[in-house]
Each structure stands twice: as C-alpha cells, then as structure tokens.
Write a new protein. Structure first.
Length: 468
C-alpha cells in the first residue's frame, strides 16, 4: 500500500454523488456475487479492484494447472450455472471465463473500477465513511463491503539457518516449468501444497512434502461422484464425518501405510485436503513425506527426524494472513484467522462496515454467496431503518462471536433459511433494541498517514491454505 501525504488532499466533488452508495472492495468471486445481489435489490454501489482484471484469486493468485477442489455443482452461483461442457472440477481458465461470463450476464462491469487501490478507510461525521485511494483521491460512502479476499497476504514460516537455493510462496508458483528438473521441497499439508508436490513428482528431479502435522487425505471423487456432492443438506456434521471417514479409508486405507503418522485432529475439524495424487505418488516413490523443517544449511534441509536432504527450491504453501491493511487500528478485528463480527459480517460498535466471506467453508463459494447475498441486502435495508449497528442487534438477540474460521456449508444454508423465514421477527426485534440507544452514532476516527502494509505489522495468524 502506498503512503499518503501528511495533509489531506482536497475532497473529490464526486463524493456528493457517492455518499448514498455502498462501496464494494474487490471484484473476485465474493465481490462479484455481492455486486449482483446489491444490483438485484436496487441498492446503489460502486466497486473497485486493485488488479487490472476481475476474478480475484482466480486471476492473480493460482497456478496454471489449478482446478477447483469442490465440485462445479456447489461452486457455481445457483442462479447462474456453469456451462454443461465444464468438467466436475473446472480449471483455473474455466473459472476465469465463468466469472467474466457472470459479470457480463448481469452487466456488472460498468460499475467496476480496475487498477484502483484503497489505502485507507475511516468513519467520519454523520455515520459516513471516507475512502482514500492510492491516487490520493478521497470519496465518501454510506458503507463499505470488504470483499478483498484472504488468499493474497502471504505467510512464510520462520526458518533457522540460511538456504542457498530459492524460497518462494505457493502464491508465486505459476507453471510446472518452475519445477522442471529441480529438487523441490514443498512445505505444508493443504490443497496447494499437495498439488504442487504432485506436479514436482511429475516434472521435478525430486519431490519432498514436509508436513509439521499430518492431514487426512480425502479423494475428490468416490464411485465417480464428487465427494462434496455426496454430502447432503440434511446430514449433521457427525454423519458427514462418518461418511467422509469411510470414503477416505476405502480409498486410501491407513495413512501409516504411506509412511505418514495418523493425524492428531478428527476429520473435518480442519480444512480438508482433497487430493488423490499424493498417496499415489508416495507409493510410486515420486513423493517422499517428511516431518517439519528443523533448520536450513546451504542447499541442505534438516528435518525434525534429523534426516537431511538437498534441494534447489523450497515452496512454502503455508497459508495466508487474514488482513485489512487499509483499516485503522480501532477497526482491526482479526484474531488469528477469525474476524470478530456478528452474523459473519457486522460490527456491534460501527455501522456501515461489513466484513465479507473471511472464513473457510467446506464447499464452493458460489452457492453460499447466492444464498447469503439476498439476505445480506435485506439486512442493509434494515440498517437504513434503525440507528444502531446490526451487530449490536444480533448481540442482543443472543448471537455469539465466532470461535472458528471453518464452517459447514450445509449448516450455513440451514441458518440462512431460518433467518429468511423469521426475518420479520428480526426486524421487529431490531426496532426494539434500537429504541434503547436513541443517541447512537459512529465515533469518527481521524485521517492518519497510511504506512506501507509491511511496516504496519500484522497481529494476526494464518488462515488455512484452501487456495481455491
């Protein structure tokens, strides 16, 4: 992020035209889904994205050979199905084409400003929000939807020693040619780590996969059906766990047979790793599993089991920080991988700032956004009727702050159906709570110098490496 001048640049006269609008930051899967939801509800908005194309992580973040891990059925927007000729697990190019088709179908591009970076957001008088861009331009908005994603702020492990080869993050891996003929160490146990280790098994001189903690491998499909499609909405989590455990065992057997320790966590209590290839290549001697890294020395890496291997390239598939570098410290609500907000989006002490899709769902994002978008817009309309923040309403109604960034999508669907059915009661309760706070107003915060992101420091931990 660029720093600002010590004085505030003159306010853009266009702010008078934006103070009745919402601003959507990000034009990836979530940002586009929310834009279409606001459009359908006739809620005026603008949308910005720092990239030169829409698509978010599918445009700037994934490697050429990436495919989705959840199926086409659950990843697509319910009201905009993917083409019939798409496979069950579409490629990165498929996904980029699909998101562009979605934006064209609903005429979203006209409201998107590309190459537009937000450097600072802060509340001002009259419950409005001032947004500063990298150009120095300032605009005033009624509210801001934070759809900037969580697969961009790279998390690296802390190494002991020095490595004479190359170290990159999985986000910087783009093409198998980066691995060709090289001795490759991949660190991590998530979906990106396993994909890259498998690619190195095909084209590299050596592929080693280092996992500090072992993971449960779940096949992407079973009996020809994507595993995500086998899980039904009526299933409680214990049934899902029983089903997935059985599928995993029938497909792979015991992980100990692959030289892997049994994971310390129950299946589905961490973000799942859907991958058939790593066990396959371990059995073929093309991938060597190793425990965590102890230290680096020249081209050698020593592992916690005291064995050593030589490498040319280390790829850290070690996840990302959940980060909002354009927010002042008073609005930083991230603890670890969790954003402390109610209803997935709403603060209790400020209205008009919405944290969108910061968690990790075991399933495709499109179907979740298709269900959440219309309900979120009803909440936005309710926010216009009351004086207090929606988060405060939900807190009074007994909702607790989240305790995990992971979620079961089917449970989310059930919750959304409940909210939709009883929304009239929520409106009534909101007005009752609102009457208890007749003098509420957002507390304005001053404009500050927007230091570079790397200079601010991150008091956050990594999110799990879903990567897509």
């Amino acid at each position: 992020m660029n720093g600002s001048n010590s004085h505030n640049p003159p306010l853009n006269p266009a702010s008078a035209d934006t103070c009745h609008k919402q601003l959507i930051i990000g034009a990836g899967f979530v940002g586009l889904g929310m834009a279409q939801a606001l459009q359908a509800a006739n809620i005026p908005y603008d949308q910005v994205d720092a990239s030169d194309q829409i698509g978010g992580n599918w445009y700037h973040g994934v490697y050429e050979t990436a495919h989705i891990i959840s199926s086409r059925k659950v990843t697509q927007f319910t009201h905009f199905p993917m083409p019939d000729d798409y496979p069950d697990f579409p490629s990165a190019k498929h996904m980029r084409d699909y998101l562009n088709a979605f934006a064209n179908q609903f005429d979203l591009l006209k409201s998107i400003e590309l190459n537009c970076t937000v450097t600072y957001i802060h509340p001002i008088e009259n419950n409005l929000w001032e947004v500063t861009l990298a150009t120095g331009e300032q605009r005033i908005y009624k509210g801001v939807l934070l759809c900037n994603g969580h697969h961009w702020c790279k998390r690296f492990p802390q190494f002991s020693g020095e490595f004479d080869g190359t170290i990159i993050h999985s986000k910087d891996y783009k093409h198998p040619d980066q691995l060709r003929g090289k001795r490759v160490l991949v660190i991590g146990g998530g979906n990106s780590a396993c994909d890259i280790a498998s690619e190195a098994a095909r084209v590299g001189a050596k592929s080693v996969l280092s996992m500090r903690d072992s993971v449960w491998f779940i096949p992407k499909a079973f009996a020809g059906i994507p595993v995500t499609d086998l899980i039904q909405g009526w299933m409680p989590e214990w049934v899902q766990r029983w089903l997935v455990s059985g599928i995993s065992y029938l497909t792979f057997g015991k992980l100990e047979n692959y030289g892997l320790p049994k994971p310390k966590h129950r299946i589905l209590t961490k973000h799942p790793t859907l991958n058939n290839e790593v066990p396959y290549y371990i059995k073929h001697g093309r991938i060597t599993p190793k425990p965590g890294v102890l230290r680096l020395e020249g081209k050698q890496v020593e592992f916690t089991d005291r064995t050593r291997e030589e490498f040319d390239l280390i790829i850290c598939a070690t996840g990302f920080y959940v980060a909002y570098p354009f927010l002042p410290p008073e609005l930083q609500r991230v603890e670890g991988s969790i954003v402390n907000c109610y209803g997935g989006s709403f603060l209790e002490d400020y209205k008009g700032l919405y944290f969108m899709a910061w968690g990790q769902a075991r399933g495709g994002v499109g179907s979740l956004m298709a269900a959440y978008g219309p309900i979120f817009t009803r909440f936005l309309q309710l926010q216009d009727e009351i004086n207090i923040p929606l988060g405060l309403v939900l807190k009074h109604m007994g909702q607790q702050l989240p305790t995990t960034h992971l979620s079961d999508p089917h449970r989310v669907f059930r919750q959304l159906r409940f909210v939709n059915r009883f929304f009239g009661w929520i409106v009534k309760r909101a007005h009752q709570v609102d009457a208890c706070y007749p003098n509420f107003s957002n507390r304005p915060l001053p404009m500050r110098d927007t230091a570079d992101f790397s200079d601010r420091g991150l008091n956050v931990a990594s999110s799990s490496d879903q990567a897509r």
